[in-house]
Write a protein of this length. Structure first.
Length: 216
């Protein structure tokens, strides 16, 4: 295991010991896919695929999630551009684990970890209660598994918009690589949801891309 990878393992374990659930995103594209599920984003600006500041801007365009940027050998201009790009806080590399933990605590306390918006989704006779994790069709409760509920809620939260398979796997299964294996897991879960919802189901397949919730 190289030094950089070993360092990431140490950081992950330290965050987990403090009660945080950690989801790694090895590339800028992965970070863009995964950030909607995060309460805090700790982002290295040295990414293998995208410009780190551009990733900050794209995240900030869609989210107010607290952003901590990791910079190495930065100049004042680097830091100014990073802050203008949307960072809430900068941490210079190399950094101590205790300092990272303190900054995560500070940024969540100062800015507030993004509150999860709890709301019911209602489409005709179909109601989805995120807080209670319940689904009803009229007066009938629909029993869904944990993953089925998360998948249905994700699609119903984006009505009329196709959600691609990569995003679904990242947000529901927390897996950023399964899309490359041609897994049929999503199809199996969609089939089960359709069967359980019956005539109320409105999940459409966009072949080769993803799935769309179209009920109005």
């Amino acid at each position: 295991m190289d030094a950089d990878r070993a360092r990431k393992v140490v950081v992950r374990r330290a965050l987990e010991r403090c009660g945080h659930s950690v989801c790694g995103a090895p590339t800028g594209f992965d970070a863009l896919v995964a950030h909607p599920a995060a309460d805090v984003v700790v982002l290295s600006l040295e990414l293998p695929d995208l410009d780190g500041i551009e990733v900050c801007r794209r995240i900030r365009d869609h989210s107010s999630v607290p952003l901590i940027g990791l910079l190495r050998d930065s100049t004042e201009l680097d830091r100014v551009l990073a802050l203008r790009g949307g960072l809430d806080m900068i941490l210079e590399c190399p950094f101590g684990i205790a300092e990272l933990l303190a900054r995560v605590t500070a940024v969540t306390r100062r800015l507030g970890a993004r509150p999860r918006t709890r709301r019911n989704l209602s489409f005709g006779s179909l109601e989805i209660d995120e807080q209670a994790r319940e689904v009803r069709v009229g007066d009938r409760f629909v029993r869904l598994t944990h993953k089925e509920f998360d998948l249905l809620h994700l699609l119903a939260s984006n009505p009329g918009r196709t959600v691609d398979r990569r995003k679904i796997l990242a947000e529901v299964w927390k897996d950023h690589t399964a899309w490359m294996t041609g897994s049929r897991t999503i199809d199996t879960h969609v089939h089960s949801i359709r069967r359980k919802l019956g005539s109320c189901s409105a999940i459409r397949t966009h072949r080769g891309v993803g799935f769309r919730f179209t009920l109005s």
